[in-house]
Design a binder for this molecule. Structure first.
Ligand code: DAH
Length: 343
């Protein structure tokens, strides 16, 4: 083999090997490069070394010298890559084409949970209809969670098996029920808190967590989210309720959906309805609602002869599942990034 050919082969090999070591981004790539170029049995350097035997005697010293230098060069590139990866750095910048002068693209470092995204959207939709956001505590007293909502002491909804009473509740059982605490079972509590503090008109929504000791299954979870709506003013009617819920459903589901009311019962509304929405050929239940019961208005010091109101409660997980075709509520709380990344 003529010397120039041999030297050219060595040079090409060195360039290839150095590039491979520089590009190695992890231990696996590093090992692959080592085997490919420096492997004792079938490494490319070994293959070129075999060519050394075919070099004419006069050229041998020059060829040998160049071979040794090439080997050193490749080994140095390997050592540099080992050191770089030990430092935790990625492929060296030259090989990734990183150019610090190019304007950056802001990385997406995370995303909001689908329920948080839904909450933000609901606030936006209802905000456009003139509803402002009210907050209430998640640890509630029985007055706001039950009594003022027309759910008296003997009502089954207050059963300890259906509520998360706090340990202090038992100790204070003898004192007025206002002092017994529980994790709120509904966001209707916020209706009372708002009306106690403001005189009509009222037009609020409240969104947040509620708690019930249900065994988790595809449609139940011991903690979930509700959005509560309340509008109190002169001459508020069921027609207003239906219009607002229809606008709400059309905005959220981005479709020409229809709303249907089914007679129902809630202690704090009279009349009460379950609200269904036409969706993909069927009806899905989206809310409980009704006209605020006069007893509730009286409990907060409003005059039911002067004002009327409507209220509604919507399960946020339920409508989020409906919209995205999610069939198991537990998906929201597994923290499986493969699920969360879809939103
Ligand atoms: N609080 C009810 C629940 O958790 C939902 C509800 C029904 C809220 C009717 C309302 C309403 O405001 O009017 O099941």
């Amino acid at each position: 083999m003529p010397l120039p050919e041999f030297l050219a082969e060595l040079d090409a090999l060195a360039q290839q090997a150095v590039a491979a070591f520089e590009a190695a981004g992890d231990a696996e790539a590093l090992e692959a490069a080592r085997v490919q170029f420096l492997g004792a049995k079938s490494g490319q350097l070994k293959a070129v070394q075999k060519g050394l035997g075919k070099i004419g005697k006069a050229d041998k010293p020059a060829a040998g010298k160049q071979f040794n230098e090439t080997k050193k060069r490749i080994e140095a590139a390997q050592a540099a890559a080992v050191e770089r990866l030990a430092r935790g750095a990625g492929p060296s910048e030259e090989t990734t084409g990183f150019d610090p002068t190019v304007p950056g693209i802001r990385p997406r470092l995370g995303r909001l949970h689908p329920i948080t995204q839904t909450i933000e959207e609901l606030k936006d939709i209802m905000g456009r209809l003139g509803f402002s956001v009210a907050e209430g505590p998640e640890v509630e007293d029985q007055w706001h969670n039950f009594e003022a909502l027309n759910i008296p002491a003997a009502h089954p909804a207050r059963d300890p098996l259906d509520n998360f009473y706090l340990a202090t509740a038992e100790k204070t059982a003898a004192v007025p029920s206002r002092k017994a605490w529980l994790l709120r079972s509904q966001t209707s509590t916020v209706q009372i808190r708002v009306m106690e503090q403001t005189s009509p008109p009222v037009r609020i929504i409240s969104l947040g967590r509620v708690y019930r000791p249900d065994t988790a299954d595809a449609t139940h979870y011991p903690m979930f989210h509700q959005i509560e709506g309340l509008l109190v003013d002169h001459h508020v009617t069921m027609a207003d309720l239906k219009s607002v819920l229809r606008l709400f459903a059309r905005s959220f589901f981005e479709d020409d959906v229809h709303i249907r009311f089914r007679p129902s019962f809630f202690p704090f509304t009279e009349p009460s309805v379950e609200v269904d929405m036409s969706w993909q050929g069927g009806w899905i239940e989206i809310a409980g609602a009704g006209m605020v019961d006069p007893d509730v208005l009286r409990a907060v010091g409003y005059d039911p002869e002067q004002v009327t109101g409507f209220a509604f409660g919507v399960g946020i997980e339920r409508i989020c599942m409906g919209r995205h075709g999610i069939d198991d509520i537990r998906e929201f709380y597994k923290n499986d990034v493969r699920f969360l990344r879809q939103f």
